[in-house]
Design a binder for this molecule. Structure first.
Ligand code: BES
Ligand code: MN
Ligand code: ZN
Length: 501
């Protein structure tokens, strides 16, 4: 990860310098110093290019003199409108402009410590790259930025705020790594091992295999898994940051009574061929991302543990591979879910809801959570509905829905609420079982959510369908193209705003 440090503002003697420019504001001391050290180059170029410091606008001055390799002026709009989200975007824009430089500095005077840390987070998110499997790339073709100094009025306070944000950035980077891994490497068993690797953060990690799940009666999840040579797993991650867990106790040698936890559930289909209802060859390779919901939950749990969040939370992920084979489930099969309800499997490609059905029910039985949020690349229909900008979500609880929506706006991982209704629920009636796993083409994302709701036992619940937002085909300010880790920052924000302290 980009090596970030905080220091008091000073004009650097070499390297690249980013200046932040706000609308209607005089240049800060560093900009004035840079301008005079370069014989007025900064003011001259800004004038000649008619630079307007609107958010996202940049102006680059190459080899400006004074030993500097470049000066980049980044517009931040009106200072009074700055939020952690827009500060992160400024950091992302700055980092993108510095990719060719080994080291850079951002002059972030007049920012609160919180905003300076958010800016650093944006830079760290934007410079993510998955290069594990590149062996022949030449060094000169690689992005170079390795170190970034952030000049802040109170560097110690900014550094402390960064300590918290950094954990969330690392959670997002972990989620991106997992989604980027090829499906021959990241099998259900391997993904479970990666979860175990989080134990040093203070997470308790439990892994269930096919024998345990058979004993429990996970007929729906196991039906999806039965066509694959790679065994399924369910992973349960516990973070006890409120009740203490092993770290704290109530002073009498006893643990504080555990509160009901928040619960997060992720779809972890490590590869989705569609099964016997096989998908077309074109673009099938994209379906390695079908565990992005699980990756978001894993990244979130890593973030909560990494920043020692004062909350009790459980993260559960159902991990399977959906393959066609002689042992695969057939269209027409009827499976018995852990809840006892039966499902007629009309289409083996509607597998995510089958996996989630068992994990959702188990989560409620086992943990009696305060609320449950599931995250899944569930339907192509959601991509048709909202494209790649907003993820769609469904909820049986207006307060939870409102909180999620607000967290989306605050982080830029935006959500749009979709409806649940009895009339849609009717569409998944089956002639021979309690329900079928698909309805017709109309309202495909909604009927999938209705299916999930049949496995929600009256708890406040929300379902995030991230099929359109888990993977980006082009760079944006804080998210480079590829796996986005959509959900990590959003859900971390939800927890921080409403469920801690
Ligand atoms: N993982 C897919 C959803 C998906 C499809 C995400 C395309 C992103 C892009 C899911 O398992 C699936 O195959 N859903 C089917 C459901 C259908 C058979 C009712 C779909 O959306 O086509
Ligand atoms: Mn599918
Ligand atoms: Zn799928």
């Amino acid at each position: 990860m980009l090596d970030i440090s905080f220091a008091r503002p000073a004009l650097p003697k070499s390297g690249a310098l980013v200046l932040l420019a706000a609308e209607g504001e005089e240049p800060d001391a560093i900009q004035a110093a840079a301008d005079s050290a370069t014989g007025g180059a900064v003011a001259r170029v800004l004038e000649a290019t008619e630079f307007k410091p609107k958010a996202g606008k940049t102006c680059t001055i190459l080899a400006p003199g004074a030993g500097l390799s470049r000066i980049v002026v980044v517009g931040i709009g009106k200072r009074a409108d700055l939020t952690p989200r827009t500060a992160a975007e400024a950091g992302g824009t700055a980092a993108a402009a510095l990719q060719r430089e080994p080291a850079g500095a951002v002059a972030a005077a007049r920012l609160t410590p919180e905003l300076a840390a958010a800016l650093a987070a944006g830079a760290a998110l934007r410079t993510y790259r998955f290069d594990r499997y590149r062996t022949t790339e030449k060094a000169e073709d690689r992005p170079k930025l390795a170190r970034l100094a952030v000049f802040a009025d109170d560097p110690a306070a900014a550094n402390e705020a960064w300590g918290t944000r950094r954990a969330v950035v690392e959670g997002a980077r972990l989620a991106r790594d997992l989604v980027s891994e090829p499906p021959n490497v990241l099998t259900p068993a391997e993904l479970a091992e990666r979860c175990r690797g989080l134990e040093p953060l203070g997470l308790k990690v439990e892994v269930l295999g096919p024998r345990e799940m058979t004993k429990l009666g996970f007929g729906a999840l196991l039906g999806v898994a039965q066509g694959s040579a790679n065994e399924p797993r369910m992973v349960i991650m516990h973070w006890l940051g409120a009740s203490g867990g092993t770290a704290a106790n109530n002073g009498k040698g006893k643990r504080a009574r555990a509160a009901r936890p928040l619960a997060f559930v992720g779809k972890g289909v490590t590869f989705d061929t569609g099964g016997i209802s096989i998908k077309p060859a074109q673009g099938m390779e994209d379906m390695k991302f079908d565990m992005a919901g699980a990756a978001a939950v894993i990244g979130l749990m890593a973030a909560l543990a990494g920043r020692r969040a004062r909350v009790d939370a459980v993260g559960l992920v159902g991990l399977v591979e959906n393959m066609p084979s002689g042992t695969a489930q057939r269209p027409g099969d009827v499976v018995k879910t852990y809840s006892g309800q039966t499902v007629e499997v009309i289409n083996t490609d509607a597998e995510g809801r089958l996996v989630l059905a068992d994990v959702l029910w188990y989560c409620q039985e086992k943990f009696d959570p305060r609320c449950i949020i599931d995250v899944a690349t569930l339907t192509g229909a959601m991509v048709v509905s909202l494209g790649h900008d907003y993820a769609g979500f469904f909820s049986n609880d207006d307060e939870l829905a409102q909180r999620l929506h607000a967290a989306g706006e605050a982080t830029g991982e935006k959500l749009w609420r979709m409806p649940l209704a009895e009339s849609y629920d009717k569409l998944i009636k089956s002639d021979i079982a309690d329900m079928k796993n698909v309805a017709g083409r109309p309202a495909g994302a909604i009927t999938a959510a209705q299916f999930l709701q049949r496995f929600v036992n009256g708890k406040p619940w929300a379902h995030l369908d991230i099929a359109g937002t888990a993977w980006a085909t082009k760079d944006s300010t804080v998210v480079p193209k590829g796996a986005t880790a959509f959900g990590v920052r959003l859900l971390d924000r939800l927890v921080a705003e409403h469920y801690e302290g």
